[in-house]
Design a protein around this ligand. Structure first.
Ligand SMILES: NC(=O)c1ccc[n+]([C@@H]2O[C@H](COP(=O)([O-])OP(=O)(O)OC[C@H]3O[C@@H](n4cnc5c(N)ncnc54)[C@H](OP(=O)(O)O)[C@@H]3O)[C@@H](O)[C@H]2O)c1
Length: 329
């Protein structure tokens, strides 16, 4: 049973659905068996491109196919709650793209559904499963830099304004915090845990979405995180962790790093090259598949309670920035 391939399906056929399918070509013990689109022809094209046998023209039909074990949700954030719950209530395990939902209330509803159904559920925070993040966690667990004092993380990019993607549409959950800010917030959570105090400022622009956010997180240990994201400037997203004895620099891009520097203060920098295979999206899915075969319902690397605290942090940031989604009004 443990070696039996987990049968995976994809909900949605956009950019991430394609990257996810490409990544699975490099995965062990996983079989990509189905895809669903809101449009039959789109589903058929996607299935032909990725060699998938079954395609559906409704998400509900896919959710109810008894042949599928795990569904990867690759729809815009505004749909994550309903799409995840649809699949969980049909008895499927779920891997849901980041951000896990629009807000903590929606995230809680998804987690409740998974716990009631006793199904596996995980936020697809793929970075945490890459070799560089495994190394980062190992260095911190080994106390390589002493106690962490400060974490600096962020990045900025300039996509075409109003290009039609979900990023610029409040009704789909657009805005830079949920799209990109979730990465530094998640890293801060992984390294420092739940913040005791959250301070944020930012700007909501002409499209009704937050275009820039700066966040300060204070922790009971005395450690602080300084995070930022922007759609109005350009800076490679990276991470610096400053400890009492040394520092770790995680080279850009922070969501898929392959290089990490460790420096004990006053000593030479030690560089670690940590490449990943293909596009790297398969690592999280292999971890989910292994958990499912072990009979576990959540991941130790990306636990559900942590996903909920991350969503609460994002809520508190948005409240201070003044970013409220139409479905929250
Ligand atoms: N992990 C990462 O590296 C990463 C990177 C980018 C994005 N993401 C996340 O992945 C999710 C999807 O992002 P994406 O870039 O793949 O988006 P996308 O290219 O716009 O694709 C989204 C897909 O969702 C389906 N959909 C259902 N309702 C929709 C609606 N009202 N409007 C538009 N599409 C709708 C569509 O598929 P059908 O038409 O076939 O139904 C569409 O192709 C987002 O939550 C995003 O945050 C993750």
């Amino acid at each position: 049973m443990r070696d039996l391939a987990v049968r995976v399906a994809i909900l949605g056929t956009g950019s991430m659905a394609n990257s996810f399918a490409d990544g699975l070509a490099h995965a062990n013990n996983i079989e990509l068996v189905a895809v669903a689109s809101r449009t039959r022809s789109t589903a058929e094209l996607f299935a032909a491109k990725h060699g998938i046998q079954k395609c559906f023209s409704s998400y509900a039909e896919l959710a109810n196919d008894p042949d599928i074990e795990l569904v990867y949700i690759a729809t815009p954030h505004s749909r994550h709650k309903d799409d995840s719950i649809l699949c969980l209530q049909a008895g499927k395990h779920v891997l849901c793209e980041k951000p896990f939902a629009i807000n903590a209330a929606e995230a809680s509803a998804i987690v409740d559904a998974a716990r009631q159904q006793k199904r596996f559920l995980m936020e697809a925070m793929w970075s945490r499963f890459l070799p560089s993040f495994v190394k980062l966690r190992q260095l911190l667990a080994d106390d390589a830099i002493g106690s962490v004092q400060l974490l600096l993380a962020g990045g900025a990019f300039q996509p075409e304004r109003g290009d039609g993607s979900y990023l610029w549409k409040p009704e789909l959950g657009g805005g830079v915090l949920l799209d990109a800010g979730v990465y530094p917030v998640s890293v801060a959570s992984m390294v420092l845990g739940t913040p005791a105090e959250i301070k944020a400022c930012g700007r909501v622009g002409e499209y009704g979405i937050d275009e820039q956010d700066a966040v300060l997180l204070q922790h009971d240990t005395g450690a602080t995180a300084m995070l930022y994201v922007s759609l109005n400037a350009s800076a490679s997203p990276d991470i610096t962790v400053l400890g009492s004895r040394g520092r770790i620099y995680v080279h850009a891009p922070m969501f898929a790093p392959t290089r990490l520097d460790l420096q004990i203060y006053g000593e030479e920098v030690q560089r670690f090259e940590l490449p990943f295979i293909a596009n790297g999206y398969q690592y999280q899915t292999m971890a989910a598949a292994a958990a499912i075969r072990d009979g576990r319902t959540e991941s130790e690397i990306m636990p559900l309670d942590e996903t909920l605290t991350i969503m609460r942090t994002l809520d508190r940031v948005r409240a201070q920035v003044g970013m409220c989604y139409p479905m929250e009004k």
